[in-house]
Design a binder for this molecule. Sequence first.
Ligand code: HEM
Length: 190
Amino acid sequence: MSDETDIDYGPLENLIGSWKGDKGVDVAPDPEGSENNPYYENLTFTGIGDVTNAESQVLSVVYYRQIVFRKSDDQAFHDQTGYWMWDPKTKTVMHSLVIPRAVCVLAGGQYIGATNTEGRVIIEVEAGVDDEDWKIIQSPFMQENARTTGFRQKIEVGNGKLSYSETTMVDIYGNVFEHTDENELNLSKG
Ligand code: HEM
């Protein structure tokens, strides 16, 4: 692993830094139907260099930590960590994430230079339990009782702003639930 400072992080470059946002909206499954949680969060991305796989694939790697707080009681109610990876040869973006419910996701997508009207980079990845390439792994309990079947995420980042929206499909309480999260953040430390 190299930690040189001249690493090309491609579209992930804009993520690096510490972000804060208080416009979060979470829609999560509940036995009665759904629960709606307004939230704020701290999200920190750190460029950690590159790795070489099988002496041929070079990935630039950004580590992140996300901690999400419920507005109603200021309690941390979601904690997530993982890596974003960029493969410049195939223009593939990968996002590996873990959450402390015994669920892991490896999502992927192509980045071909898309930007929004404000010039922010658009990064999109997805995964599915039955996908050939980008998969979800979960404990026997979760497979049985709260099975994540799909995950997709869109991030728009640049000029000190980051917004994301993500949908996690969860098979729970006899239905497939569309668990969604979105927020808008500002760069607090570059
Ligand atoms: C900002 C991001 C997220 C927030 C704020 C959030 C919040 C929540 C909340 C409040 C619940 C309801 C259960 C409870 O009250 O503890 C829940 C359930 C769940 N979440 Fe998330 N979540 C987020 C992202 C994710 C992601 C990325 C995944 C997986 C890829 C995920 C998977 C699940 C699963 C499987 C459940 C069902 C467990 C249950 O309700 O008993 N969540 N989440």
